[in-house]
Design a protein around this ligand. Structure first.
Ligand SMILES: Cc1ncc(COP(=O)(O)O)c(C=O)c1O
Length: 345
């Protein structure tokens, strides 16, 4: 393999800045050039590494913004309790934010929540409220009912409601995309973004349109997701897609929508590791595979892929061959073939 860069050991790095608290470390995540992921070398592909946020994902941004806006306008005050239904990155981001601001946090989860995420939320001081029985066969409905019960008649409790709260996309408009745009001096031909609440994609698109950029924003969604007129179906990769259309997503239009299968997400994760030494999470693998699927049309273009989190959150799923075989019915060689990583005979 080619040596891609050389290090000049004689040059001292500038001293890192000293942050005021953990939330002050949210944002300013790096971009990295992916020089080996695609077969088409003429695409200038960069990834925005959101796992470098202190809570480990892009969700640190909306978590912080939703809570700090509510604190600023008096909907929340120190000592109050935040209640949210999430077993993933948002739960972790909120637990972190609440710890810094002296707020209590109750996180409503169901038995499908990944044990590792629940453990992180607990470790960050969150209280876990487990809903054990679905409502009319639906765990999401049961979780939302429990949130409503917990809020009922308790004025010192606040529900950020990430799926309807416009402070969610606003955090990406003022943060994620503003950072990308500044780093690339506005020269971005394509932006690929995984969607669930659509907060990230909406915020990025709104900034780009407000600044007169011609960037094409490509929404990446899961097969089996109801976003963008999709039909609900089984989905196994957490983070991307929605089983029920979120308020934030209603009527949202992007330049294109690409749907990726669970298996494509797994293949993308394996390829990112093999080609780049980049341990990306499931949605990141899907986003990179969406770019790879379009690479012939991207020659000569600058393309940015937002990678929402790290593969370290998926060791028991995407990166576990037994899980992939059991849940997705694919063998290791199926995955490697899909990832274009089979050694040639
Ligand atoms: C890993 C991962 N990827 C993508 C997304 C989608 O982001 P958004 O909710 O802003 O659409 C999420 C959101 O939870 C996520 O956790």
């Amino acid at each position: 393999m080619n040596v891609r860069t050389s290090v000049d050991f004689s040059r001292a790095d500038p001293a890192p800045r000293i942050a005021d608290n953990m939330l002050d470390l949210v944002g300013q995540t790096p971009l990295v050039r992916l020089q080996g992921y695609l077969d088409e070398a003429a695409v200038n592909l960069l990834a925005k590494v959101e796992a470098m946020n202190p809570g480990g994902s892009a969700k640190d941004r909306p978590a912080r913004h939703m809570i700090e806006r509510a604190l600023a306008d008096g909907r929340l005050k120190s000592g109050d309790t935040v209640v949210e239904s999430s077993s993933g990155n948002m739960g972790i981001g909120l637990a972190q934010t609440c710890a810094v601001h002296g707020l209590r946090f109750i996180c409503v989860v169901d038995p499908n929540a990944q044990a590792q995420n629940v453990a992180i939320i607990r470790a960050l001081g969150g209280q876990i409220e487990l809903v054990e029985t679905p409502l009319d066969g639906d765990f999401l409905a049961a979780r939302l009912e429990r949130v409503a019960e917990l809020l009922n008649g308790a004025p010192d409790r606040f529900w950020p409601n990430q799926y309807a709260n416009t402070d969610n996309p606003a955090s990406h408009e003022t943060g994620t995309i503003a950072e990308i745009d500044t780093a690339l001096h506005g020269d971005i031909d394509y932006l690929f973004v995984a969607c669930s609440s659509t907060g990230t994609a909406r915020g990025c698109r709104d900034y780009l349109r407000a600044h007169g950029r011609k960037t094409k924003v490509i929404a990446v969604d899961a097969e089996g997701s109801t976003l963008f007129d999709g039909t609900a179906g089984p989905r196994k990769i957490s983070g991307m897609g929605a089983g029920r259309l979120p308020d934030l997503a209603r009527g949202q239009r992007f330049d294109d929508v690409i749907r990726v299968s669970d298996l494509a997400c797994v293949a993308g994760c394996r390829r990112a590791v093999a080609r780049e030494g980049f341990l990306v999470g499931g949605s990141g693998g899907g986003v990179l595979e969406a770019v790879r699927g379009m690479q012939d049309r991207l020659r000569g273009k600058t393309v940015v892929a937002i990678i929402h989190d790290s593969g370290a959150r998926y060791l028991g799923t995407v990166f576990d061959g037994d899980w992939v075989a059991r849940e997705l019915g694919a063998s290791e060689s199926d995955v490697l073939a899909m990832a274009g990583l089979m050694p040639s005979a």
